[in-house]
Ligand binder design. Structure first.
Ligand SMILES: [Mg+2]
Length: 105
């Protein structure tokens, strides 16, 4: 299975459930807010060390991806192409990790 097949499955479900399949049927701001809410849910699951069962970290990461792919389907974005393009671009980029204040725990 590739990512564009996932987009097709998500769009089929969106049509069936009435979540919107065309830009004029949705609010982009609302869809982005919902992506953000899934990011928060993933953070909370991780923070509470919830790694299995309902609402676990992995499930919330899946929710994020589903919501992003739903937007890709609505706007006919070939997300596989976009990701591959960015990976290629990032190969040439340099980051100064010592200047980035991130805590990876
Ligand atoms: Mg969720």
């Amino acid at each position: 299975m590739n990512i564009n097949i996932l987009v097709k499955l998500i769009m089929d479900q969106a049509k069936e459930k009435g979540f919107g399949t065309r830009p004029e049927e949705i609010s982009v701001a609302e869809k982005i807010a919902l992506i953000h809410s899934e990011v928060t849910e993933a953070y909370i699951a991780y923070r509470h060390k919830k790694f299995d069962g309902k609402d676990c970290f992995a499930e919330e990461l899946g929710d994020i991806i589903q919501r992003v792919l739903h937007l890709c389907g609505i706007f006919n974005i070939d997300i596989e192409k976009e990701i591959l393009k960015k990976i290629k671009f990032n190969k040439k980029r340099k980051w100064d990790c010592h200047k980035i204040n991130e805590n990876h725990t």
